[in-house]
Ligand binder design. Structure first.
Ligand code: FES
Ligand SMILES: [Fe+2]
Length: 382
């Protein structure tokens, strides 16, 4: 975040403290509970959001060297991300052109991908390089039987892909970020290091996973003993960037600014910047590091898979650094799992009960309203 933006936000947040207010949407928003529980809605999301739009996959430092790869399955698509010998990040359908086995599993480092079924081999650029007993496959041209490429892009330290074959294969990350590029560059994300990550599988709709990061209204009640003593409840600034949004929260420690000219304010240690990237990603910049959350829809509307990842401005090379980051990592995950998602699982049962027709987002929850309105617009008529 650029210094001018930091100061602007700090002033806005201080004014909210002074006036006892927060960013407000023009009106409350009523969302049918079907958004979180309906199977037809989940299918539409899969097609129009997850298969139709660029998806944030992680920071570039997940795959720093040629040959580094990872596999995932999103919206029914097995996919392979790999950095080529030329340094370029590519995405492929993880589907062998012989009979469809996944050519790679998990994550790691490879020079070549050998299909576990019959041993067809593929280069890091997806090209089919070897067919055992090739004489049995007359007319099967290696040049046209590489792994199916998926559109991918990399920029500002981020990897973005799209789960659809066909041109163009290059994703314009700047265009996708709708004006957030400069802000991300100011954090120097391109130089960040991967610390750790993990997957969880809460019994919640993927959108609830996002909702939980978008307002500070719930801090005093739900996080009474954890986050509430650190971050001001029901107070935040909201800014929309196209389909994405930024919510900024204020730590009580911002009293450090009191009585000082703003030129002397150190801003980042006293705010929490939460970026929501359409459709399924939340980036949380906390003082000195980045946490990312990717929400992946599960098989049914009441299930999701969520990846938490933690990135640091420099590699953690000493025990002291590792212990410091690990403490932050554990704290972030514990609050969300034990408090937000634990309650979310119980809320989801209410959503599925048939006895609830809507949820309401208040004027003090503008980031939630923006998110759900943008989803509705992207999904189009039912
Ligand atoms: S399915 Fe991959 S080699 Fe047969
Ligand atoms: Fe929370």
């Amino acid at each position: 975040m650029k210094r001018e933006t930091q100061l602007e936000l700090a002033r806005v947040l201080q004014a909210y403290v002074r006036d006892g207010s927060t960013a407000q949407a023009p009106d409350v928003f009523h969302n049918p509970v079907a958004a979180y529980s309906d199977t037809a809605r989940a299918l539409a999301e899969r097609e129009r959001l997850f298969r139709g739009r660029p998806l944030f996959m992680g920071m570039s430092c997940r795959l720093p060297k040629p040959g580094d790869y990872l596999t995932e399955e999103i919206a029914g698509v097995p996919l392979l991300l790999v950095r080529g010998q030329d340094g370029k990040l590519r995405a492929f359908a993880n589907i062998c052109r012989h009979r469809g086995a996944p050519v790679a599993s998990g994550c790691g480092h490879a020079r070549v991908f050998a299909c576990p079924y019959h041993g067809w081999t593929y280069g890091l650029d997806g090209r089919l390089t070897g067919i055992p007993e090739a004489a049995s496959f007359p007319g099967v041209d290696k040049a046209s039987h590489g792994l199916a490429p998926l559109p991918a892009g990399e920029g500002h330290g981020m990897i973005v892909i799209r789960l659809a074959t066909g041109a163009p294969l290059e994703i314009d990350v700047d265009a996708h970020l709708s004006g957030l590029s400069e802000e991300f560059d100011a954090y120097r994300f391109a130089g960040y290091s991967y610390f750790a990550s993990e997957w969880m599988a809460p019994a919640i709709n993927w959108k609830f996973g996002i909702d939980t990061f978008l307002e500070a209204y719930h801090l005093p009640a739900l996080h009474r003993n954890t986050v509430a003593p650190l971050i001001r409840g029901n107070l935040g600034a909201f800014d929309a960037y196209g389909e994405h949004g930024r919510m900024t929260f204020l730590r009580f420690s911002s009293t450090a600014w009191d009585g000082k000219p703003d030129a002397e304010w150190e801003v980042l240690p006293h705010i929490v910047a939460v970026y929501r990237l359409m459709p399924n990603t939340v980036l949380v910049f906390q003082s000195d590091h980045l946490e990312t959350w990717r929400m992946i829809p599960g098989e049914t509307p009441d299930r999701s898979r969520i990846e938490f990842a933690f990135y640091t401005p420099a590699p953690a090379t000493t025990d002291k650094a590792r212990a410091y980051w690990k403490k932050n990592y554990d704290l972030a995950i514990k609050t969300v799992l034990d408090e937000d998602f634990a309650l979310g699982e119980r809320m989801q049962r209410g959503f599925m009960s048939g006895l609830q027709d809507e949820v309401i987002y208040g004027r003090n929850e503008p980031a939630l309203i923006h998110f759900h309105q943008r989803l509705q617009a992207a999904l189009g008529p039912a």
